[in-house]
Design a binder for this molecule. Sequence first.
Ligand SMILES: Nc1nc2c(ncn2[C@@H]2O[C@H](COP(=O)(O)OP(=O)(O)OP(=O)(O)O)[C@@H](O)[C@H]2O)c(=O)[nH]1
Length: 643
Amino acid sequence: MEDYPCDVIRNFSIIAHIDHGKSTLADRLLEVIPLFLKNVSMTKKEQQLTGTINKKVSGGKNEQVLDKLKVERERGITAQTARYAIANFVHPNIRELMFISMIHKFNGKDYLLNLIDTPGHVDFAWEVSRSLAACQGAVLLVDASQGVQAQSISVFHNAKERGLKIIPVLNKIDLPASQPERIAAQMQSTFGIDPSEILHISAKTGKGVDAVLAAIIDRIPPPVASADSPLKAFLFDSMYDKYRGVISLVSVQGGVLRKGDKIASCYTRKKYEITELGIMYPEEIPTKSLNPGQVGYIACNMKQSSEAHIGDTIHRVGETVEPMAGFQPTKAMVFAGVYPIDNSDFPKLEESINRLTLTDRSVTVQRESSSALGQGCRLGFLGTLHMDVFRQRLEDEYDANVIITAPTVPYKLIYKDKEVLISNPTDFPDVGDMGVRVKEVQEPVVKASIIVPEEYFGDMMELCYSHRGEDLEHRYLDSGTTSARIMLNCILPLSEIVTDFFDQLKSRSSGFASFDYEDAGYRSSDLAKMVFLLNGKPVDALALIVHRSAQDAIGRQWVKKLHKVIPKQLFEVPIQAAVGKKVIARETLKAMRADVTAGLYGGHYERKMKHLENQKEGKRKMKKMGTVDLPQEAFFEILSNKK
Ligand SMILES: Nc1nc2c(ncn2[C@@H]2O[C@H](COP(=O)(O)OP(=O)(O)OP(=O)(O)O)[C@@H](O)[C@H]2O)c(=O)[nH]1
């Protein structure tokens, strides 16, 4: 690593709206990594792009990585697709590898380029800022056919605020629908970018990608760090390895990190010894040192993920350094209860959740119990996509069969002498307490921006108003052209966008609208707890917090839904929605008719036994709601939020 002093290092990320080609461009850039190409048959174009194969990576090192690749192959990824798999590593949902180093020869000199991942989705905005903290520049990718979208703007501002050098790039110029000149003008009016600075590329065909590499080297400043100053490393991410414990990703701001170094955390004051360190090339490659300006991973026998505090400053034991400004900790904004289908599975579920949170620290976990669903956990997520990803991982990796309650946001209750945040509807005060014990209820709101072609503007306004949008304002992104784009900003309650907002946004704009939001604090709101009663008994797992203006409509809609999915019982079951003592909607589930299948089995003993077995299995999967039996499918359907 001594061969790569600060002046040949570039730390950068690619920032873009979803689907503008971040992974494809990362993939193209990664083709400069020689070790993969050695074993992979290259197209002529690829050979041209990567004509600068680095001699340093040969022999031992090369084999080591190829060894790892064999593992990949055993897992079913071929060498050819391995390259594409790497690009997938920089995908937000597979958040195990946060950066990749590559070596590129430019003007006769070897450069160490570190591509640091920034997740694309709004849920992960916090992670975008922490990744950007380790960079000096960013490639801002905009789709030349779609133009500037909501997230292009938020990621641009995020990078700008951190003082990063931005390389504007128009992608997908190979598409017939691309309008590079028009979109360049849009970038000029939105970001104040000089069109002559914008690179025109196709990440798909590779056209112009070499110019991106050149611009990364040319325009992004190298990190500023000195080998002589005391050791100072910025911890920007961590992952968990079964054998080595916590692996932290660090960016060295000063001094040199070596194996065997005794280090300490400014945040926890705990001390460690470095057992291994290295770079991601693209898999972990141990090195002797990490020099100033470099980013790399360190293993130091850290046992608990919580010890790796994101934004922490690492220093050498015995030296004192000024800690760097860290980050605000993640805030869970969407909560849901997770319960096993079978109550006896709770310990297994809890263990799976705990294991998963080792790799995804932004999830918060708290035990809770429900009279309807038994023992479970209340999990907090950064957003609904985050929740879906976590649920998917829980189901895929741990084979967990779970029931997830409807998502809710954290509400703030203002008492005379204290403020309390609640994340479970059952904890919400009754209507009678409002204005008496509880002075005020506040809900989280967000500043939303929607970018949409002019013709859908009316629909979008309506969508915002129907979701309690306030302070609507709009402006044109490009004027005087046909189908101009409009940016609409408004304040929306977070609870309104955790349910069906995205789906409606997409369908009402024929998929043309893009959406982004940022935290805008709390606002006072007229909210109430709605409970559902089956046969007169409230079902706690179904409780909801609703805005008073919408309570009647929501009550009716849910009662109808429950009526549709709950199977008939032996007796008549009233299904009611109530706010406080007032019932606002009701349906009646008629009683089942007498069992007409009795005696159908005739003398077939085996068939009868089989039927009884099936019934037993069915019973096991039933959830008892007071006196009403609810099959698990009904529960899924109720909570899946589909109308
Ligand atoms: N025609 C064309 N298609 C492209 C180009 N670059 C990317 N695409 C396609 O655009 C789609 C999205 O590309 P991705 O690279 O997955 O986009 P992304 O920004 O990484 O998306 P997320 O990971 O979801 O944020 C894919 O179908 C790509 O094949 C390009 O230069 N030309």
